[in-house]
Design a protein around this ligand. Structure first.
Ligand SMILES: NC(=O)c1ccc[n+]([C@@H]2O[C@H](COP(=O)([O-])OP(=O)(O)OC[C@H]3O[C@@H](n4cnc5c(N)ncnc54)[C@H](O)[C@@H]3O)[C@@H](O)[C@H]2O)c1
Length: 308
């Protein structure tokens, strides 16, 4: 079954769990922080935008109607491009709550559509290394690689959990991590990288799960005016809301059966791409190659030679 359903009953598994989130001040990240908080989780979230982060922390600490089962939300100013900042984010969660149970990346930026436009790429233009490229890859991908290593260490250092909850990493990739992003080579490359990172970590011989979320167009400030106009104007398509994506991120955190999923979220519905990919491997790889691949996949990582 490729479809993934949001279950409020399962989502309640996050109650009292400690969850670290990046890019949590706005958009999909803020919707995720808000949902987790409402379900009773202790959320420690980072973002480069101090004003938006503090505003969200304040609004969750003094909600208009108080929910007795709400958790807590604590904001830490974090630039994900700084290793020290990401370390401080995990330290804050661990120090405050004595543990980390789940970690979610939401921070992301777009790159400049002109970067790979041949009509703009004069020999002069490429004389200097582009800091826009470095920044886009750092923010969207390299930061998540460091983040996941930190998360694995802090989750492992936490006292073992009892009950129906296993720890996890969840990466916010994109539909452009599966297909492409017109004129956004760095963005699409990074988002493909997050899918690869999630798939690889999901095969770790540890009880820590890993899943990637790949939203289609979602109504947040990252969407440029031009894309919004094309999507809603020219094509007449509707955009899903951040809360539509947040619930599947939370489902990945709460549902202990979800691991190694690459979840496309479009029109508020979620489907796992990897189940289809795995199920059709003979068709696109050939019978013999598929057999070898399944053999390799079946090998426990621990049984591979050191240089394997
Ligand atoms: N909105 C969409 O259509 C869409 C589609 C697919 C994937 N996504 C992904 O969803 C994630 C959330 O984006 P969004 O749509 O909510 O946009 P958004 O701009 O509302 O949120 C992104 C958040 O990341 C933060 N951020 C940016 N750079 C940062 C840095 N260096 N350190 C820490 N925080 C930083 C921003 O301040 C912001 O709060 C992103 O990874 C984005 O690529 C969005």
């Amino acid at each position: 079954m490729t479809e993934i359903q949001y279950s409020e009953t399962v989502a309640h598994n996050v109650r009292s769990r400690v969850v670290v989130v990046t890019g949590g001040a706005q958009g999909i990240g803020a919707a995720t922080v808000t949902l987790l908080h409402g379900l009773g989780a202790h959320v420690v979230f980072g973002d480069i935008s101090e004003s938006a982060g503090e505003k969200l922390e304040k609004s969750l600490s003094n909600p208009p109607e108080s929910n007795p089962s709400s958790g807590t939300a604590h904001f830490v100013k974090t630039n994900v491009c700084s290793y020290a900042d990401q370390l401080a984010l995990f330290e804050a969660a661990f120090h405050r709550h004595g543990r980390v149970d789940a970690a979610i990346t939401c921070a992301g930026i777009l790159d400049d559509p002109d970067l790979f436009d041949p009509s703009k790429l004069t020999l002069d233009a490429v004389r200097e290394e582009s800091s826009v490229i470095t920044n886009a890859l750092n923010t969207n991908l390299l930061s998540a690689v460091h983040f996941s290593r930190l998360a694995l260490a802090y989750i492992t250092a936490s006292p073992a959990l009892l009950g129906d909850f296993t720890p996890s990493l969840t990466f916010t990739s994109s539909i452009t991590g599966i297909f492409w992003a017109s004129s956004m080579a760095c963005y699409s490359t990074s988002k493909h990288g997050l899918v690869g990172l999630s798939r690889t970590l999901s095969q770790n011989p540890s009880p820590i799960r890993s899943n990637a979320i790949c939203p289609s167009a979602t109504n947040t400030s990252i969407v440029s005016d031009a894309l919004r106009e094309m999507w809603t104007g020219q094509l007449g398509l509707s955009m899903q809301e951040p809360s539509d994506v947040a619930k599947y991120i939370v489902q990945c955190v709460a549902d202990s059966t979800l691991n190694g999923k690459t979840v496309v979220v479009a029109r508020g519905e979620a489907r796992d791409v990897d189940e289809v990919l795995e199920g059709s491997v003979e068709r696109w790889m050939g019978e013999e190659n598929a057999r070898e691949w399944r053999l390799l996949k079946g090998l426990a990582v621990s049984s591979l030679p050191d240089d394997g």
